[in-house]
Design a protein around this ligand. Sequence first.
Ligand code: NAD
Ligand code: DAU
Length: 343
Amino acid sequence: MPDPHTPCQRILVTGAAGFIGNAFLRRVLSKRPDASVCTFDALTYAGHEENLEDLPGAERHTFIQGDVADAAAVRKAIASFAPDAVVNFAAETHVDRSILDAEPFLRTNVFGTQVLLEACRAADIRLICISTDEVYGSLEAPLEADTDCALAPRNPYAATKAAGDLLAQAAFITHGQDVIITRSTNNYGPRQTPEKLVPLMILRARAGASLPVYGDGTHVRDWLHVDDHSDGILAALERGKAGALYHFSGSNEQSTLGIVRAVLDAVGPTGARIEHVRDRPGHDRRYQLDVSTTHAALGWAPIVPFAAGLASAVAWYLDNDAWSRATAGEDLRTFLEANYAGR
Ligand code: NAD
Ligand code: DAU
């Protein structure tokens, strides 16, 4: 278990070729000049080698391509890099994909979590499990889930995240393992795969394409800048208690329509128009987290104002055209419409 006052020197970050893991990796390399970080990532459709270029302190970063559900590969990475701690961002993360095919979600989010728990227990190192507000299910306003709230996931992605969290909780109770769970609300910022709402709308708005809003567009999410989330995770890694659960929220609720209109304003006139499309099956209306115990325990609070954070995110996607083209992948929207048809 790390000394709570000594920052970790060697951190294995799984899933750091993806969105939040990559922001965390960059944050650690810039804020902790003595730290060495190894990325362990399978490079699925959501993992981008481009994200591992131009890192601050790149000489302190190494990369291993591997699957968290492959126990031998995980053990080998831990033996060779010898980390003080592992922070797990590796996951299947897109709700729409989980509705179409949940199997990869079970493999990575459930089995992969158990593999990491066992490998970290054998090496006697801390494991931080990054999780989501979706495990509490849909909440009516003004309810907020506190850290004692029962889990009630309502889509396959959320169910697999809840299962991973329960395995982590069981490892703490059964084995006294040094494991921490963190849950956050929706993140936004640079380098998010453009299947998620914010980057998808930015890139479609720029192209003058239709902006597909599911159902009536009144569904609510809380939006947290990815750098604020990364700072919270770093605080949990360095100052968190074994077995604890920490919540991170931007205290910034927005409807889908509110987000899409803000993106349209930031991108400027291109002829793009909102189009209401078939709703996501089982679409959760709202999530929110109570962050009072996390504020008290870690002294964490978000600092990026939403308007400034969104403006800088929009500028980042517009300025990084090569990244957007390289990561756009298949036309997920066409795929979804074909697959949801008739439900
Ligand atoms: P992402 O989809 O952008 O990236 C996931 C990364 O994990 C990719 O680099 C991918 O290649 C890698 N990966 C997937 N399966 C793997 C496997 N089997 N082995 C190794 N690597 C694998 O994800 P994200 O949005 O950055 O989310 C990171 C974590 O944060 C997830 O656990 C997610 O549940 C959680 N979370 C995300 C949000 C959000 O708004 N994006 C909010 C709350 C919590
Ligand atoms: O709440 C945290 C979760 O946030 C994370 O755990 C997930 O990994 C992450 O993907 C995100 O899930 P959401 O389902 O909230 O994110 P998404 O960007 O897919 O959708 C945000 C909202 O926008 C949701 O209400 C659905 C809606 N939406 C989304 C897309 C992609 C649309 O209306 N149109 C779209 O094209």
